[in-house]
Design a protein around this ligand. Structure first.
Ligand SMILES: Cc1cc2nc3c(=O)[nH]c(=O)nc-3n(C[C@H](O)[C@H](O)[C@H](O)COP(=O)(O)OP(=O)(O)OC[C@H]3O[C@@H](n4cnc5c(N)ncnc54)[C@H](O)[C@@H]3O)c2cc1C
Length: 383
């Protein structure tokens, strides 16, 4: 029998959330292990496009957060993994929601390209026009996740329960002082009823084509520039099944609901891509499927895992709106959460993981809009 190994942190989930958190904790000299039942980037992260694009529009709390995260993350990936990121910008194709008038209300630099100008760049462009943003990229999600956790121990295991004894969590042959739950759309290992995750399924394809694509193109779907390995990513579809109470125990390629809709979705992606640029000699190389974890507010969630039941038992008046300070709430001991990264998991991953690790290690404050506390109070009061 192999001896028990003890870590400072055990991260459950080897996607963008978990791998980035592992990276920052390991950088601070902590002993970190990562566990995932599907392998590295076996969930939504492996399916991601993975496009990094700005969110233009009238400035508000949400797009300010997205664009700050984008700046941080592009710089982070370029410094650490320059060979796995193509930062050639994105053309956002004009539509009714995306007009010059709306774009004037924010300060993100962009350049308008008419249809004639685009066709001078590539005669394969269809009759489209739009706005070019230089601050955008596409990356290789699997390679990035793998590199982020270099130096951490990695285990393939389906964690079914967390047992806490003598100040340590025990998962199979692993012991850890702290747990970080980075489980994406899967059912949480501790009850967090305030974090109601809705999965949005999606499919992306990688294709081979002889067409040269100068930069990423985005309308309702995205087409990547030709990546360094010669492939082009096209993604992604969005499918909800809101009416069902989902318990996600595995990845999408094993989900019965999802597995049967593959062919139709590939055709949808290819025909939407054809409306933007003519792709010559296309061959679909591989399909990837995953479930994005989203919550109603669209903000991701990070922080200590609040024990919902015991907090409300201790302070039932929270339900009526009494302001109990966060430090008085009950928490699941030494358990942290990073989740609900929605459709921008690779934009948010490094930025959130940095904030979370600074909070864990130095008690730095988490912005309210991202915190478990904000969500807890909100749901407790509206029940
Ligand atoms: C088709 C598609 C396209 C996308 N395109 C983009 C894009 O272009 N740009 C972008 O930024 N984002 C994109 N996203 C979103 C992005 O992929 C997600 O936001 C991100 O991957 C979420 O990362 P995560 O680590 O939270 O979750 P995941 O990557 O799902 O990771 C969670 C992991 O936890 C593991 N796990 C859960 N429970 C357990 C357990 N009990 N025991 C062991 N392991 C467990 C799962 O196996 C899984 O691997 C896309 C998503 C999809 C599905």
């Amino acid at each position: 029998m192999s001896p028990m190994k003890t870590y400072d942190y055990l991260i459950i989930g080897a996607g963008s959330a978990g791998c980035n958190t592992a990276y920052f904790l390991k950088q601070s000299g902590k002993k970190v292990a990562v566990v995932d039942r599907e392998g590295i980037a076996g969930g939504a992260s492996g399916a991601a496009g993975a496009f990094l694009s700005p969110l233009p529009g009238k400035t508000n709390l949400y797009n300010t957060f997205v664009n700050n995260a984008l700046d941080f993350s592009i710089d982070f990936y370029q410094r650490l993994f320059p060979e796995d990121i193509d930062a050639k910008g994105v053309l956002r194709v004009k539509n009714d929601n995306f007009t010059e008038e709306k774009l004037q209300t924010n300060s993100i630099g962009h350049q308008y390209y008419s249809s004639q100008e685009l066709q001078k760049i590539s005669e394969n462009f269809k009759e489209i026009d739009g706005y070019f943003y230089a601050d955008a990229a596409v990356l290789d999600p699997l390679k990035i996740c793998k590199k982020l956790i270099e130096g951490c121990d990695f285990y393939i295991e389906n964690v079914e329960t967390l047992t806490f004894e003598d100040g340590l969590y025990k998962v199979g042959e692993i012991k850890a002082k702290h747990i970080v739950l980075a489980q994406g759309a899967s059912s949480s290992l501790v009850e967090l009823p305030y974090m109601k995750i809705s999965p949005i399924f999606g499919l992306r394809i990688d294709v081979k084509t002889t067409t040269k694509i100068p930069f990423n193109i985005h309308k309702s779907i995205s087409i990547s520039t030709n990546k360094s390995d010669g492939t082009v990513a096209i993604g992604a579809t969005h499918q909800r099944h809101d009416n069902e109470a989902m318990t996600c125990l595995t990845t999408c390629d094993k989900c019965e609901y999802y597995v049967n809709s593959e062919e139709g979705q590939i055709q949808t992606l290819l025909s939407q891509a054809e409306e933007l640029i003519r792709l010559e000699n296309v061959e679909v190389l591989k399909t990837y499927k995953g479930a994005r974890a989203t919550i109603k507010s669209y903000f991701p969630v990070i922080g200590r895992a609040i024990d919902h039941e015991n907090s409300l038992k201790k302070y039932p008046s929270i339900k009526k709106g009494t302001k109990i300070p966060p430090e008085k709430l009950q928490y699941h001991e030494n358990i942290y959460v990073i989740n609900a990264l929605g459709s921008r998991g690779f934009v948010f991953g490094p930025y959130l993981a940095k904030i979370l690790s600074q909070n864990i290690l130095h008690a730095d404050k988490i912005p309210q809009e991202l915190s478990t506390e904000k969500l807890f109070y909100k749901t407790a009061r509206t029940k």
